[in-house]
Design a protein around this ligand. Structure first.
Ligand code: ZN
Ligand code: ZN
Length: 368
């Protein structure tokens, strides 16, 4: 099957995170047709494997593409538009999987490389806890020496065919916290009559605000109060989204928040409960791997762009926590529209560029 047709099939049959059953079945059929060995992983995901002819099979490169779509009603007007109402490939994952298929097709025909090529068609990038965390829980690469885990993402902010890189810290971690502040019942002090829960909340928000910097962002979401039968404030509740660049920093900020909370409890005679929803880790690119990929990109004639760190997240961070990893961006041009919107539609023309670069990069690392 042509890469373009593969993409069109996925695009017209999108499935939500953790529900990628038909997507999984379709990819399995295409791999079987090519005689590529594979097995299921992380529920609906697929782990494919191609061993090179030149030996050294325990050294591997892992290529990753996502499979899931978003709960968005498509409005692109494309001939191959979504046939599933209210579900759409609006993050380019149809393209990512198709390009990975193209790479596998070429490598399977030649098998002229050293080591083993593993490919993860990964479910549920868009939904917590993230398919990548489930892949890593299965520890599927334990018997290999992993030289690199590589992923690419389409990017409408880059011109079509440009490739963007960021050595080191690239994308932020994401956590969500929900604070509930209540008056302590046992204390009947004058301070309590000042509706301490609300005052304590204001102070806490201001204190958290001081932790914002270029490498850490805390943004307050909904704020509400709960009122009892006598119209008194019983508790004050608010949520915070926290993004940080780097796992050490992420932990340090959490520790600082815990200290601030303790001080607020003491100062206002309140109880502060904090529930934490842990999100994706920071995506950190291996510096050497990234520079080598940039050189390769330039030598192949791709316009190679330096990227800034991004406050957005991706569950690719789970791979970069454990292995040398590289996540780069493939330009699709502004005409493709914005990511996560009903009109996002990269042109088929970019598939060849993304496939070619990923193929060359995989061989470059494997044959090193
Ligand atoms: Zn997305
Ligand atoms: Zn995405």
């Amino acid at each position: 099957m042509e890469v373009k047709d593969f993409r069109h099939h996925l695009h017209s049959h999108p499935e939500l995170s953790f529900e990628e059953r038909l997507t999984s079945q379709f990819i399995s059929e295409q791999l079987s047709e090519m005689g590529i060995e594979f097995r299921p992983i992380a529920g609906t995901g697929i782990l494919a494997r191609i061993e090179g002819r030149r030996g050294n099979a325990e050294r591997c490169v892992v290529l990753r593409a996502e499979m899931d779509a978003l709960p968005i009603e498509e409005m692109t007007g494309a001939e191959f538009s979504s046939q599933n109402k209210g579900v759409m490939h609006a993050c380019g994952h149809d393209c990512h999987s198709a390009m990975l298929y193209g790479v596998l097709k070429r490598l399977q025909m030649e098998r002229d490389f050293e080591g083993t090529l593993l490919a993860v068609f990964q479910p549920a990038e868009e939904r917590m806890p993230g398919g990548a965390s489930l892949v890593m829980e299965e520890n599927p690469f334990s018997k290999y020496n992993v030289a690199a885990v590589i992923g690419q993402h389409t990017d409408p902010e880059l011109e079509a065919g440009e490739i963007g890189f960021c050595p080191g810290k690239f994308m932020a971690s994401a956590d969500e916290m929900r604070f509930t502040i209540s008056d302590t019942e046992s204390v009947d002090s004058p301070r309590k009559r000042t509706k301490s829960a609300v005052v304590a909340m204001s102070d806490l928000i201001m204190r958290l605000n001081t932790l914002n910097s270029d490498v850490c962002s805390l943004s307050v979401g909904s704020v509400q109060t709960q009122i009892d039968g006598e119209e008194e404030v019983e508790s004050a509740i608010f949520s915070v989204k926290m993004s940080a660049f780097g796992e050490k920093l992420r932990q340090r900020v959490k520790d600082m928040i815990a200290n601030i909370v303790e001080e607020i409890e003491y100062k206002y005679d309140v109880e502060v409960e904090c529930s934490l929803q842990t999100g994706y880790p920071c995506v950190e690119n291996n510096v050497q791997l990234t520079y080598e990929a940039m050189l390769l990109s330039e030598s192949l004639g791709f316009k190679t762009v330096d990227l800034d760190m991004r406050m957005t997240t991706d569950d690719f961070g789970y791979y970069s926590l454990s292995y040398p990893a590289l996540f780069y961006r493939l330009g699709v041009g502004r005409a493709a529209g914005k990511l996560h919107t009903a009109t996002y539609l990269p042109d088929d023309k970019i598939l060849a560029a993304g496939e070619e670069f990923m193929y060359r990069l995989a061989l470059n690392v494997l044959n090193k």
